[in-house]
Write a protein that binds this ligand. Structure first.
Ligand code: ASP
Length: 487
């Protein structure tokens, strides 16, 4: 008997995390001393190295005891950025690390990462052709440009409503738990990447919708541009009608069928992909990924859970008239992949395949709602932004922000989530905009960096879950509209 795909993926996740955590606990640190077999350079009595994905720490005891940190993102002021620079500043330390290499946990983690990325690459490979053919099939299937208009309105209404509900849930949790007012927090020191101001970001999104060269947009995977151009192409094909529209429709649907088969074949590899990606994260980062900043994580996580397990299911039951448990089961491959990859764009082909093949939602709806949703509908990200900024404000001011300030946070979080790309850590980068809006120091963002990955995984699943529920909601109204049109 073969296990259902979602159970296979779940198993992959558990095995990956289990193996990764055990590797991290046992072999993520290496230590050599002059008494062991290893010959250390003169003057060194012992060397300990500790490495994680973005940091290598080398501790040397001996004539000149020192601790050196190699860290690409320069979290600590006196770290060096690369091993090459370390060679220039301390040849001995570099040689020791280079000769004896990275910890076994890191080696296995890196290997797992390479393998896991192959799976993500395959998903990326099918992503653009799948979106184009699917969207074109969807638009052509609508039969008339006026149907598209009504679907656009419903989709936008859903995006806006659920994102606002998510933000409200986040604000409620952070005000109730007050994670920033619960004792000492260890502050990191990384400078966040500098973002643009809000109007620039929004204007940037408007620009992104109009590709200067649609082929360029395809080649560089600019989703918003691809979506807009494909819709425009479909609308004009519909307006021309007759044989032209038929030819476009046939070509689009033939391409779509092939892309769908390809995607389904790749999806069978999901359990392995998820296993490797989880193994990488846990082997190289260890339980710290889950442990640090407990209360803050609890607030974000609690709010995400309320949104995903109460708010969205209620919408499914009462608005979409679907059974949330069955719907979630159908969507599980996409949700678990979103969790392990932390990228809703990367997961998009899987989301589309699951919604259509497993949840039975009409392609005309999903091909429109999902690609657009992956780019602009991010409930999890909006919620996370709001909670994170209020947490930072609590730490910084020692009290909660006033209601008016919280409203500014809510509004900017909504816009920032629209502007965030569906890639890992995009939400963290966009947060700069909100911090600026309420005059909080940008470097306080360093505090939440350590746990960003695990929260990113959770919020990305919620982003994908909300997009999928959106499909069910819009599909229900669409089918009602087509029934009404038929009678
Ligand atoms: N990683 C998220 C996504 O792909 C975006 C974010 O960083 O919040 O949906």
């Amino acid at each position: 008997m073969r296990l259902a795909l979602h159970w296979q993926i779940f198993l992959g996740m558990i095995i990956g995390a289990g193996v990764g955590l055990s590797l991290n606990a046992t072999v993520s640190q290496r230590r050599w001393s002059s008494t062991s077999q290893t010959k250390l350079p003169p003057g060194m009595t012992s060397v300990t190295t500790l490495d994680s994905p973005d940091l290598i720490e080398i501790k040397i005891e001996g004539d000149k005891p020192r601790t050196l940190v190699v860290d690409g993102s320069r979290k600590t002021p006196d770290s060096v950025a690369t091993l090459k620079l370390l060679a220039a500043s301390d040849q001995d330390a570099h040689d020791v690390f280079f000769l004896f290499g990275r910890s076994p946990a890191r080696r296995v983690g890196d290997l797992a990462n390479r393998l896991g990325r192959l799976f993500l690459r395959m998903l990326q490979m099918v992503s653009v052709p799948l979106i184009v053919t699917s969207l074109l099939t969807g638009v052509m299937g609508l039969g008339s440009a006026s149907r598209l208009k009504s679907m656009f309105g419903r989709t936008m209404a859903y995006y806006l409503t659920t994102s606002l509900l998510a933000i409200c849930t986040g604000l409620f949790m952070v005000n109730a738990i007050r994670p920033g007012l619960r004792g000492e927090q260890s502050a990191g020191q990384q400078k966040p990447s500098v973002g643009d101001n809000l109007s620039d970001v929004l204007w940037g999104q408007v620009n992104n919708m109009i590709p200067q060269n649609p082929f360029n947009a395809l080649a560089s995977t600019s989703l918003l541009a691809i979506i807009c151009f494909t819709i425009a192409f479909g609308v004009f094909a519909l307006r021309r009608g007759g044989a032209t529209a038929d030819r476009v429709r046939e070509l689009a649907s033939a391409g779509f069928d092939v892309m769908m088969d390809m995607t389904m074949a790749i999806i069978r590899l999901a359990p392995l992909g998820v296993l490797f990606l989880m193994l990488y994260v846990t082997a190289t980062q260890g339980p710290d990924v889950f442990r640090a900043l407990f209360w803050y994580v609890l607030s974000v996580f609690g709010a995400l859970v309320i949104h995903a397990l109460i708010v969205l299911p209620l919408i499914l039951i009462f608005v979409a008239k679907r059974n949330p448990i069955e719907f979630a089961r159908a969507m599980s491959p996409a949700l678990v992949t979103a969790f392990s990859s932390a990228s809703s764009n990367g997961t998009l082909p899987l989301t589309m395949a699951s919604v259509e093949k497993r949840a039975g939602v009409d392609n005309r709806v999903s091909s429109f709602v999902l690609p657009l949703g992956a780019t602009i509908n991010m409930d999890g990200t909006a919620l996370y932004e709001a909670v994170a900024v209020l947490f930072i404000a609590q730490l910084y001011h020692g009290h909660n922000l006033e209601i008016s300030q919280q409203l500014i946070v809510a509004f900017t979080a909504l816009l920032a989530s629209v502007g965030a790309a569906g890639i890992p850590h995009a939400g963290l980068v966009m947060m700069v905009i909100i911090l600026r809006a309420v005059d909080l120091p940008l470097d306080m963002q360093g505090i939440i960096l350590a746990v960003d990955r695990v929260l990113d995984m959770c919020r990305t699943s919620v982003n994908v879950w909300s997009d999928s529920c959106g499909c069910a909601v819009v599909a229900r109204f669409e089918s009602a509209a087509s029934k009404a049109a038929a009678t």
